[in-house]
Ligand binder design. Structure first.
Ligand SMILES: [Zn+2]
Length: 348
């Protein structure tokens, strides 16, 4: 991993593709597993091997395993607190973070999802008062549970939004190869009709047809990853023309096989074609990365101007209100001005 430059540290980084459960520290997973007597091979052996996986399917199982140790509201509050404190150290002023309530309640049928999200919200607001990021939540309708369960989760998302718990949208993660976007058209239409934003993972484990389904059938406003759109030049042109952002997470893509490990990552081609690309870390503790490191990696490929552009894109691609976006752009401009002043002072 390249070192993190002063520019990357200074840039205010809006996060649009980070899963709260995927930011759980390995030590937290082990503490909760011990506390609740959850037997797991991931709770033994070296700490750094806690989230080891060989392929995308195994990664999804590891993610589910992490959700298995979340039980009481304090557990949810704990991972939200850790996320916000870490984000604060990385100059993240604003974030839209995924939560996966259908995976939580798969393991704990009697879980009160609203109580868990209230605990998350309380922890996030406490951290915000201490200088942490402003965080909105996006409820992921995990594909693997099928369309009916997705509709139930969409209903829960609407209730959470109505209860003013900071839920602004729904997303679609899980096994993209077995569960194409079209299956979830009803859940997405329902959420949209009830005022929620819609995003979807696509073009990660499956090809361009999945991205097309996400934008044409689900009317997704942003695509999670979307890197395999490069296989269809007409689709790339359309993504650029319609200004549909791709949330790109290069380390995740390399580790899950969504993008080739050797050879250039598709972000260069997508960016050059005018597609609005933004950067994030996906599941940072699972992939051993962070939003800073993802920016640093892409800066090593494409240079400082590109990462500055991606930081701006993230502000534009967010679901923040216009005033908040303006304030975030002002913050970014100030950081760049300070960088330039610091740079010229250092060379004079
Ligand atoms: Zn993701």
């Amino acid at each position: 991993m390249p070192s993190i430059s002063d520019l990357v540290r200074a840039l205010p980084k809006v996060q649009l593709h980070c899963h709260l459960e995927g930011s759980m520290q390995a030590a937290t997973f082990r503490r909760l597993a011990a506390q609740y007597g959850v037997e797991s091979v991931r709770a033994i052996g070296p700490l750094e091997a806690t989230y080891a996986f060989a392929d995308f399917g195994e990664f999804l199982l590891a993610f589910a395993e992490a959700c298995r140790v979340l039980r009481g509201p304090e557990d949810y509050a704990s991972i939200a607190r850790d996320y916000a404190r870490d984000a604060a150290t990385r100059n993240v002023p604003y974030a839209e973070v995924f939560i996966s309530p259908s995976v939580w309640s798969y393991f704990h049928r009697d879980l009160d999802v609203r109580e868990a999200v209230e605990a998350i919200r309380a922890a996030l607001e406490t951290e915000r008062a201490r200088g942490g990021p402003e965080v909105s939540l996006i409820c992921d309708l995990t594909r693997n549970f099928g369309p009916e369960r997705a509709m139930e989760t969409a209903r829960i998302a609407v209730q959470l939004a109505t209860a003013r718990l900071g839920v602004v949208g729904i997303g679609l993660g899980g096994d993209e190869t077995k569960y194409p976007p079209e299956l979830y058209a009803g859940a997405f239409a329902y959420a949209r009709a009830n005022g929620l934003h819609c995003v979807a993972h696509a073009g990660e484990a499956a090809g361009p047809e999945s991205v097309r389904g996400a934008i044409d059938v689900l009317l997704a406003e942003r695509i999670g990853h979307g890197v395999r759109a490069v296989e269809d030049p007409a689709l790339v042109t359309e993504l650029a023309a319609r200004r549909i952002p791709l949330e790109i997470c290069p380390t995740s893509n390399a580790l899950t096989g969504a993008a080739p490990r050797s050879g250039p990552h598709p972000i260069a081609e997508l960016d050059a074609a005018g597609v609005l690309c933004v950067l994030d870390a996906d599941d940072p503790t699972f992939f051993g990365t962070s939003v800073d490191e993802e920016y640093a990696l892409v800066e090593s490929w494409l240079g400082p101007e590109a990462v500055t552009r991606f930081a701006r894109n993230a502000i534009d691609a967010s679901f923040a209100h216009a005033e908040r976006k303006n304030a975030l752009h002002v913050l970014l401009d100030a950081a760049l001005a300070q960088q330039r002043a610091g740079g010229s002072a250092a060379t004079s």
